[in-house]
Unconditional design. Sequence first.
Length: 124
Amino acid sequence: MSIKNKSEKNNNQNWLIIILIISITILGYGYMNYTSEQKAIEAKKEIEASRVREEKAKETRKKLNLEYCQFEAENDYNNYWNAQCKIQGLNKTTDGCSLPKYIADGIEERREKALENCIKLYRQ
Protein backbone atom coordinates (compact mmCIF):
# COMPACT_ATOMS: atom_id res chain seq x y z
CA MET A 1 0.00 0.00 0.00
CA SER A 2 1.37 3.36 -0.91
CA ILE A 3 1.84 6.31 1.37
CA LYS A 4 -0.81 8.22 -0.58
CA ASN A 5 -3.38 5.45 -0.02
CA LYS A 6 -2.49 5.24 3.68
CA SER A 7 -2.81 8.99 3.96
CA GLU A 8 -6.22 8.98 2.23
CA LYS A 9 -7.35 6.07 4.43
CA ASN A 10 -6.21 7.95 7.57
CA ASN A 11 -7.92 11.10 6.28
CA ASN A 12 -11.16 9.18 5.72
CA GLN A 13 -10.91 7.64 9.18
CA ASN A 14 -10.27 11.06 10.70
CA TRP A 15 -13.34 12.46 8.96
CA LEU A 16 -15.40 9.51 10.14
CA ILE A 17 -14.25 10.08 13.70
CA ILE A 18 -15.02 13.81 13.43
CA ILE A 19 -18.49 13.11 12.01
CA LEU A 20 -19.10 10.51 14.74
CA ILE A 21 -18.05 12.96 17.47
CA ILE A 22 -20.25 15.70 16.00
CA SER A 23 -23.20 13.27 15.76
CA ILE A 24 -22.77 12.12 19.35
CA THR A 25 -22.51 15.73 20.50
CA ILE A 26 -25.71 16.68 18.64
CA LEU A 27 -27.54 13.65 20.01
CA GLY A 28 -26.28 14.38 23.53
CA TYR A 29 -27.41 17.98 23.30
CA GLY A 30 -30.80 16.90 21.98
CA TYR A 31 -31.20 14.42 24.83
CA MET A 32 -30.19 17.00 27.42
CA ASN A 33 -32.62 19.49 25.91
CA TYR A 34 -35.40 16.88 25.92
CA THR A 35 -34.81 15.91 29.57
CA SER A 36 -34.61 19.58 30.51
CA GLU A 37 -37.98 20.20 28.85
CA GLN A 38 -39.45 17.15 30.59
CA LYS A 39 -38.23 18.42 33.95
CA ALA A 40 -39.74 21.83 33.23
CA ILE A 41 -43.07 20.22 32.31
CA GLU A 42 -43.01 18.13 35.49
CA ALA A 43 -42.15 21.19 37.58
CA LYS A 44 -45.08 23.12 36.06
CA LYS A 45 -47.41 20.19 36.78
CA GLU A 46 -46.21 20.02 40.38
CA ILE A 47 -46.63 23.78 40.83
CA GLU A 48 -50.19 23.57 39.47
CA ALA A 49 -51.00 20.57 41.68
CA SER A 50 -49.61 22.43 44.68
CA ARG A 51 -51.70 25.49 43.81
CA VAL A 52 -54.84 23.35 43.55
CA ARG A 53 -54.10 21.67 46.90
CA GLU A 54 -53.54 25.05 48.53
CA GLU A 55 -56.78 26.39 47.06
CA LYS A 56 -58.72 23.38 48.37
CA ALA A 57 -57.12 23.76 51.80
CA LYS A 58 -58.01 27.45 51.82
CA GLU A 59 -61.64 26.66 50.95
CA THR A 60 -61.77 23.98 53.65
CA ARG A 61 -60.36 26.41 56.24
CA LYS A 62 -62.94 29.03 55.26
CA LYS A 63 -65.75 26.47 55.52
CA LEU A 64 -64.55 25.24 58.92
CA ASN A 65 -64.11 28.79 60.19
CA LEU A 66 -67.63 29.67 59.03
CA GLU A 67 -69.09 26.60 60.71
CA TYR A 68 -67.19 27.32 63.93
CA CYS A 69 -68.27 30.96 63.89
CA GLN A 70 -71.91 29.92 63.41
CA PHE A 71 -71.58 27.36 66.19
CA GLU A 72 -70.18 30.03 68.51
CA ALA A 73 -72.98 32.44 67.54
CA GLU A 74 -75.60 29.80 68.39
CA ASN A 75 -73.79 28.89 71.59
CA ASP A 76 -73.61 32.54 72.67
CA TYR A 77 -77.31 32.91 71.81
CA ASN A 78 -78.26 29.93 73.99
CA ASN A 79 -76.03 31.04 76.87
CA TYR A 80 -77.39 34.60 76.75
CA TRP A 81 -80.99 33.34 76.53
CA ASN A 82 -80.44 31.06 79.54
CA ALA A 83 -78.75 33.88 81.48
CA GLN A 84 -81.74 36.13 80.80
CA CYS A 85 -84.04 33.37 82.01
CA LYS A 86 -82.18 33.30 85.33
CA ILE A 87 -82.29 37.11 85.58
CA GLN A 88 -86.06 36.99 84.98
CA GLY A 89 -86.39 34.29 87.67
CA LEU A 90 -87.58 31.69 85.19
CA ASN A 91 -86.64 28.05 85.43
CA LYS A 92 -85.92 26.56 82.01
CA THR A 93 -87.02 23.10 83.12
CA THR A 94 -90.35 24.07 84.68
CA ASP A 95 -91.19 27.35 82.92
CA GLY A 96 -89.83 26.55 79.47
CA CYS A 97 -88.17 29.93 79.77
CA SER A 98 -90.37 32.05 77.54
CA LEU A 99 -88.85 35.48 77.84
CA PRO A 100 -90.81 38.68 77.42
CA LYS A 101 -90.99 39.75 73.78
CA TYR A 102 -88.80 42.85 74.14
CA ILE A 103 -85.99 40.74 75.68
CA ALA A 104 -86.43 37.82 73.26
CA ASP A 105 -86.42 40.17 70.25
CA GLY A 106 -83.15 41.73 71.39
CA ILE A 107 -81.52 38.34 71.86
CA GLU A 108 -82.79 37.15 68.46
CA GLU A 109 -81.48 40.32 66.80
CA ARG A 110 -78.09 39.81 68.46
CA ARG A 111 -78.02 36.22 67.18
CA GLU A 112 -78.91 37.25 63.61
CA LYS A 113 -76.18 39.91 63.58
CA ALA A 114 -73.63 37.39 64.83
CA LEU A 115 -74.62 34.90 62.10
CA GLU A 116 -74.52 37.62 59.42
CA ASN A 117 -71.10 38.64 60.65
CA CYS A 118 -69.89 35.05 60.27
CA ILE A 119 -71.03 35.04 56.65
CA LYS A 120 -69.34 38.38 55.97
CA LEU A 121 -66.09 37.15 57.47
CA TYR A 122 -65.86 33.68 55.94
CA ARG A 123 -67.79 33.68 52.66
CA GLN A 124 -65.53 36.05 50.73
